[in-house]
Design a protein around this ligand. Structure first.
Ligand code: MTE
Length: 315
């Protein structure tokens, strides 16, 4: 996000899903052949993450009715700095990322601290498809069919104390698996945060899937946050720790550039980034820019959370 780059990939460079699937089948067959032919001579090629369907995903009244970006666009045009700063790096560099076993420690100002295994999280509440707008702070956007349930379902299990005012979300720290963490682009691990009432809002999603399948690695497998009315960087990926605290957390982006990134980071077309306008955005796959909507189009649901707050000061 600190790195200056062209706004997005031209649509002509985006491979249609069928072509991508055919190419992927070819690569799988080719790598199977390579294993058979050269197993003793060469190290095994990295295996692509296997895709797995999520059972019983229900539709959600929170879903929007706009054309969705393709699976290929969503997995290949990505920010996940733990796997590199180029948009295509996460897909390339996360193929061998291990997401089993996986646990999420929920701790801090709670009456019932608990460590959840990923299998517990997949069963904790009915999984819904949530088709949400995603607005990146870099002024591009997508429409993504996430799968998961409201984070409030998890929060209810641990019973926050009266001191819990904010929630921190910590991404895995593992430079061996996440080569981007060997570079000092950010202070690792990636930490994001929400106010407790934002975390409890039903739109705030504990993301476990995409397009009806388990989350792909570039998009934050096996468990991430999705906060659709905030810039994309608030939605931390590959979460291992959720911590309830009394004071506003210093998040990774606020620590790295406080004059550019604030704690709230609500999508707001009236408050520009110091280096570019936030009034418009380019939907990936479209040519013309569109107007950015207040709270990314979710004002009706969330504006009341900020009654009386100066959104220019608390950006
Ligand atoms: N989470 C971690 N751990 N590391 C990151 O670099 N990038 C953020 C967010 N979550 C990021 C992250 C940014 S800037 C965006 S726009 C979204 O992830 C993009 O990924 P998505 O399309 O899968 O939501």
């Amino acid at each position: 996000m600190l790195i200056k780059r062209p706004a997005d990939i031209p649509p002509s460079e985006i491979t249609p899903l069928q072509t991508w699937r055919a190419r992927r089948r070819f690569l799988q067959q080719a790598s199977a052949f390579a294993v058979g032919a050269g197993a003793l001579a060469a190290p095994l090629p990295l295996r692509a993450q296997t895709r797995e369907k999520l059972a019983g995903v229900r539709p959600s009244p929170f879903s929007i009715k706009e054309p969705q970006n393709t699976y290929e666009q969503i997995t290949s045009y990505v920010n996940f700095y733990e796997f590199g700063t180029d948009k295509a790096d996460p897909l390339r560099n996360s193929k061998a990322f291990k997401t089993r076993p996986w646990t999420v420690a929920v701790e801090g100002e709670v009456k019932k601290p608990r460590t959840f295994g990923i299998e517990d999280l997949l069963k904790l509440a009915p999984i819904e498809e949530r088709i949400y707008r995603l607005r990146c702070v870099e002024a591009w956007s997508m429409v993504v069919p996430w799968a998961g349930y409201s984070l409030s379902e998890l929060i209810k299990q641990v019973e926050p104390t009266g001191n819990a005012k904010f929630v921190e979300f910590h991404t895995l720290l593992d430079p061996q698996q996440m080569p981007g963490q060997k570079a000092a682009v950010l202070q690792w691990p990636y930490v994001e945060g929400l106010r407790l009432d934002e975390a409890m809002h039903p739109l705030t999603l504990l993301g476990l899937g995409l397009y009806g399948e388990l989350l792909p690695n570039p998009n934050g497998a096996p468990v991430r946050l999705v906060v659709p009315w905030k810039y994309g960087f608030k939605s931390g990926k590959s979460i291992v720790r959720i911590r309830f605290v009394e004071r506003m957390p210093t998040t990774a982006w606020v620590r790295s550039a406080p004059h550019e990134y604030g704690f709230y980071s609500n999508v707001n077309p009236k408050v520009d980034h110091p280096r570019w306008t936030q009034a418009r955005e380019r939907r990936i796959g479209e040519f013309f820019k569109r107007e950015t909507l207040m709270f990314n189009g979710y004002a009706e649901q969330v504006a009341s959370l900020y009654d009386g707050l100066d959104l220019r000061k608390f950006y």
